[in-house]
Each structure stands twice: as structure tokens, then as C-alpha cells.
Design a binder for this molecule. Structure first.
Ligand code: PEP
Length: 254
């Protein structure tokens, strides 16, 4: 059984004061979520003040990025060791905004994925096609290519630790969502690729999140799909009421 995971990617939003207020409202209103994991990924500046608030709570802490070295002359970067010191359990890797706006390539994303695993952080590895690639019928080829490049020569037991996020680029922050069927089709293709490369057990263990304009009104049907194991949520994670509704989803099939 894969434990569903709902993760909020706050991007470059939220001052420390706003972050603390949002987390306090989430903690005050979270219902029983023992059957699912809930993660917030605030900006780096809010990790330190949030860390003590989240310890012993049902909310877990994740980072939005990291550099694959323990320390060194890497101006502006944050290491996995620093994230662990703040009790981060998760780190987003390969988000399309990092690929597109900051030039992150497959090689760097593979290094980040490996480094996170080596430090005991769970990478939330994002893959997804652009609108043009989808229109050209290349969506699956692109997504599986990104996956292959990021996983490289990792062993099956390492791959089983990773959380994947299928995030069609055209659906991120646009209000457009992949239909539950299109999302399920891609998730099934990803799981099949994992099965071919790493075997059935690993493929069945890996959680695959959907991301791209997930909202209170589409989460239930998305979570009703066989291969959708959770959501990576951007905009709707910035408001307590919408993120709480997403976290408290009731899955329904389409
Ligand atoms: C994201 O940032 O990963 C994301 C999916 O954003 P949004 O939910 O706003 O589309």
C-alpha cells in the first residue's frame, strides 16, 4: 500500500511571519490524517522558524531545492546537510521552474536526486512535458526521458525511496489541469517504465504525485485514479482553507 502524500510548494511566497501564521492555521485545523502524509515546502528563509513548530506534528517539512554537496564555495546555495539540520525530510528536485528559469539540466537533477538519497532526504522528483511537446504527441517520450536521466544508474531499492511528481508544464499555475484520465494514463506509463527497469515490487512502491493547478474542486477525482498517489500543490497551498480541503480529500473515481 502506498501512503498518499499531499505536498505544498510555496515557491517564492510567504514572509516568515506569513509562513508561521499559515502553519499555525493548518495545525489548528488538520483533522485525522494518519493515513496520509502532509508536507509543506516553504522558502528557505522560513525553514528555520517552522522547524520547531512542526516537530511532533502531523505536518512534515520539505525544501524546494538543494545543491548536491555537503558544503563548499557555492554562493547562494543550500546543502542537504543544512536541510537535515532543520528536520527537512523532503526536497523538491527538478521542478519545471528550475529547469526553465534557472537552466537546470538532467545531469544536475540526477546529481541532486542521488545526493538527497545519500543523505536520507526524500527527493520529490518532478517531470513533465510542455504544451508544444504534448501537442506533438511527445509527452510520454519526454517524461520517460526525464525520468531515465534523473534516475541514472540508481538501484531499485534507492528508486523505491523516491517520490515522483508528474507535473505537465502547461498546467502549472495556469488553472489548466490534466484531465484525470490523461493524468492517470501518464502515471500508469511511468509506473510501467519503473516496472520494466526495476521490477514490480519497486514500481508498486514508488509514489507518483500529480501536480498542475490542483484545487479543492479537482482533488477528489484525481485521488480516485489508480496510479495517482498524491498531489504537489502550488497556488492552492498558499491559503489554509484550500490546502486543508485538498489534504482532507475524499477520493472518487471519474
Ligand atoms: C507547482 O508549483 O508544483 C504547481 C503544481 O503549481 P500550481 O499548483 O500552482 O499549478
Amino acid at each position: 500500500m502506498r501512503t498518499p502524500l499531499l505536498a505544498g510548494n510555496w515557491k517564492m511566497y510567504m514572509t516568515v511571519a506569513e509562513a508561521v501564521e499559515l502553519v499555525q492555521t493548518l495545525l489548528d485545523n488538520l483533522e485525522m490524517v494518519g493515513d496520509r502524509e502532509v508536507v509543506v515546502c516553504p522558502p528557505f528563509t522560513a525553514l528555520h522558524p517552522l522547524s520547531p513548530l512542526l516537530s511532533e506534528s502531523p505536518l512534515q517539512l520539505g525544501a524546494q531545492n538543494m545543491y548536491p554537496a555537503d558544503s563548499g564555495a557555492f554562493t547562494g546555495e543550500i546543502s542537504p546537510v543544512m536541510l537535515l539540520e532543520l528536520n527537512c525530510r523532503y526536497v523538491i528536485v527538478g521542478h519545471s521552474e528550475r529547469r526553465q528559469l534557472f537552466g537546470e539540466d538532467d545531469t544536475l537533477i540526477a546529481r541532486k536526486t542521488r545526493s538527497a538519497l545519500e543523505h536520507g532526504l526524500t527527493p520529490i522528483l518532478c517531470v513533465g512535458e510542455t504544451q508544444t511537446e504534448r501537442a506533438a504527441g511527445q509527452a510520454e517520450m519526454i517524461v520517460l526521458g526525464q525520468l531515465r536521466a534523473a534516475l541514472g544508474d540508481l538501484a531499485g531499492e534507492q528508486v523505491a525511496e523516491i517520490v515522483l511528481a508528474y507535473e505537465p508544464v502547461w498546467a502549472i499555475g495556469t488553472g489548466l489541469t490534466a484531465s484525470p484520465l490523461d493524468a492517470q494514463t501518464m502515471h500508469a506509463a511511468i509506473r510501467e517504465a519503473l516496472r520494466v527497469h526495476y521490477g514490480t515490487d519497486t514500481a508498486n512502491e514508488v509514489r507518483i504525485l500529480y501536480g498542475g493547478s490542483v484545487k479543492p474542486d479537482n482533488i477528489d477525482v484525481l485521488m480516485g485514479q489508480a496510479d495517482i498517489d498524491g498531489a504537489l500543490v502550488g497556488g492552492a497551498a498558499l491559503k489554509a482553507d484550500s490546502f486543508l480541503r485538498i489534504v482532507h480529500y475524499h477520493s472518487t473515481s471519474s
